[in-house]
Design a protein around this ligand. Structure first.
Ligand code: ATP
Ligand code: MG
Length: 457
């Protein structure tokens, strides 16, 4: 049961309040301000009911002390009608509510329940907020490579400033994760982080989405609506895929960045905002600038702090760590690992979808493999095939394998696949491979590929 501290110099008042609340709460009693402060420190009640007029310390002073001890203390002042003005002063000093003597039981219960619910909500929001920001802690952004370590130190340096950041990198390299991490490492982290995917909003709507609109600004505008720039005030606005914005919208964004104010669509009143902008794109903006697809002035305005996330294939050191991280995340209670051969494949695959692709592959493999040891055969075929060819190339170039041997083994594998696909009907397999049946037979002989009959024997 939640503890409620009842502070009043009159015993009868304390007891009657206690009686009213004791069904749902655990009452604690203090008969003076000093005692209240002591009990507050020791017991940390969920809520305090505080009489205003008491001998020695008066309620207002006690309120201030409680607020010093705990800024989020919820205090309901209990007051006689005659000192209503003091109750109002108490509200200004941070009391949550007040109740007048004499009060009836229902009124008291209602006010207390409401205050408790408000505090529950504040606690929950605080909890969720730490939960969310924990997700963007460096601990949960995996990487030991120099590239990612440089990104971490850059984030630490710039998180607290208001400078615009431009994050670039191929799809799936972690741009959004890094953008959010910057916000949660900044002093704006208790203010909104608003993310917009510019590529997902049609050009006709983007202006009203970003800047809001007044009622009647266009046919569908039946009510006034605040835009994302307004909602992000004092916080961070993350413009994802900024390279996809039209030149007209780019011009408007540039203006907000320079003037720090804008008009809603159809509006006449300028709105001032304090917003930190983080932009991301997988396009080459410099090239787009040269081609006239991206405004040069906007590019320079957002490219103040560039952060480049290299593709996963260029930070092989991180693949191992990421694999462990995702395996742990998907099946935290089991000791699963990749066989050496399977790990080699994973390390050498070129990961066009980067970390997102790696995460999906792990999820799939972990779900579909019953065994704790994940072997080559458990990996998706596109990854094994492609990587085997790549590994073979390395073997040839480093002299471990001759070109002839490599070609033969490659040929053999393809012919076997074709035969399996066609149930060993050689004419069909030859067709599939674009060669004559005679040549297929010749190759099967020289590569020691058995026919179906030979296989059975
Ligand atoms: N260093 C990392 N450590 C752990 N997880 C990561 C890391 N980088 C990215 N991820 C995860 O990979 C996935 C893809 O990341 P994210 O969405 O940030 O990529 P992106 O660059 O924005 O991709 P796109 O260009 O396709 O939008 C997310 O689930 C993210 O949590
Ligand atoms: Mg993204």
């Amino acid at each position: 049961m939640k503890k409620i501290l009842i502070v009043d110099d009159e015993k009868s008042v304390r007891e009657s309040i206690g009686l009213i609340l004791s069904n749902t709460y655990e009452p604690l009693y203090a008969e003076s301000g000093e005692e209240a402060i002591k009990i507050y420190q020791d017991e940390r009640p969920y809520l305090t009911l505080l009489d205003i007029i008491m001998p020695n310390t008066d309620g207002l002073q006690v309120l201030e002390r409680l607020k010093d001890i705990d800024r989020s203390a919820i205090v309901i002042m209990v007051t006689a009608v005659t000192v209503l003005s003091t109750a109002i002063e108490a509200m200004k000093k941070g009391a949550y509510d007040y109740i007048q003597k004499p009060f009836n039981a229902d009124e008291l219960r209602l006010k207390v329940d409401k205050a408790v619910a408000a505090k529950d909500m504040v606690n929950e929001i605080r909890f969720l907020r730490t939960e969310i920001s924990r997700k963007y802690d460096f601990e949960n952004i995996v990487g030991n490579s120099k590239a990612i370590q440089d990104v971490f130190s850059k984030i630490k340096q710039i998180a607290d400033s208001k400078t615009t950041v431009l994050i670039t990198g191929e799809s799936g390299t972690g741009k959004e994760l890094i953008a959010k991490s910057i916000h949660y490492h900044s002093s704006r982290n208790n203010k909104p982080l608003i993310a917009i995917n510019c590529a997902a909003i049609p050009d006709t709507l983007i202006e009203s989405e970003l800047f809001g609109h007044e009622k009647g600004a266009f046919t569908d505008a039946s009510a006034r609506r605040a835009g994302q720039f307004e909602l992000a005030n004092e916080g961070t606005l993350f413009l994802d895929e900024i390279g996809d914005l039209s030149l007209a919208t780019q011009a408007k964004i540039l203006r907000v960045l320079q003037e720090k104010e804008f008009l809603r669509v159809g509006g006449t009143k300028t709105i001032k905002v304090d917003v930190r902008l983080i932009a991301a794109t997988n396009k080459d903006l410099e090239k787009a600038t040269r081609e006239g697809k991206f405004r040069e002035d906007l590019f320079y305005r957002i490219n103040v702090i560039p952060i480049y996330l290299p593709p996963l294939r260029e930070r092989k050191d991180d693949i191992h760590l990421l694999i462990d991280h995702f395996i742990n995340k998907k099946s935290p209670n089991r000791k699963r690992k990749f066989s050496q051969e399977a790990m080699d494949i994973m390390l050498n695959y070129h990961w066009p979808g980067n970390i997102r692709e790696l995460e999906n592959v792990i999820e799939r493999v972990v779900t579909l493999t019953p065994d704790n040891l994940i072997k080559i055969d458990d990996l998706p075929q596109n990854i094994t095939n492609e990587t085997k060819a790549g590994l073979m190339k390395d073997d040839i170039l480093s002299g471990r394998l001759s070109l002839d041997e490599a070609i033969s083994s490659f040929e053999k594998e393809i012919i076997l696949t074709a035969l399996e696909k066609t149930n060993y009907v050689q004419t069909q397999a030859a067709n599939l491979l674009g060669i004559s049946r005679r040549i297929l037979k010749y190759k099967m002989d020289s590569l020691n590929i058995p026919t179906e009959r030979e296989k059975r024997e």
